[in-house]
Design a protein around this ligand. Structure first.
Ligand SMILES: [Zn+2]
Length: 126
């Protein structure tokens, strides 16, 4: 059922989950145009926003055969997530990919996340 007020939700590009932003949406003409929960776009969920603020980039594994590529990149809405996510510091990401990572999230092949998990297990003594 639609109403003239709705709770804004955004979808996290890292985990793909919709979350409440706490913003109330109001149709300015008071038309019943809004779902009770209305997704307005992409944004990091509180958990992943915190990791980004700490300097971590999320590497989200997605199936290259089931994802849609735009050029060499995958847009958040086109990623077929396998569910595996690795968080690495920006400097580490730069070493792996040889480019400066400017965004909080990168879509990678599942093998990249597997490799990072193995590396982190080896270093888990710290
Ligand atoms: Zn998230």
């Amino acid at each position: 059922m639609k109403s003239h007020v709705g709770m804004e939700q955004k979808v996290c590009p890292v985990c793909g989950q919709a979350f409440d932003t706490g913003t109330i949406l109001l149709d300015k003409r008071l038309r019943n145009s809004l779902e009770r929960k209305t997704v307005t776009g992409w944004d990091l969920c509180p958990k992943h926003a915190k990791l980004w603020q700490k300097g971590y980039i999320a590497l989200v594994a997605c199936d290259p055969e089931k994802s849609t590529f735009t050029g060499n990149a995958i847009k958040p809405g086109d990623a077929y997530r396998t569910g595996a996510i690795a968080h690495v510091r920006k400097a580490v990401a730069r070493e792996i990919f040889n480019v400066e990572m400017t965004g909080p999230v990168a879509f990678v092949e599942p093998a990249v996340v597997d490799m990072l998990e193995e590396m982190q297990e080896e270093n888990s003594g710290d």
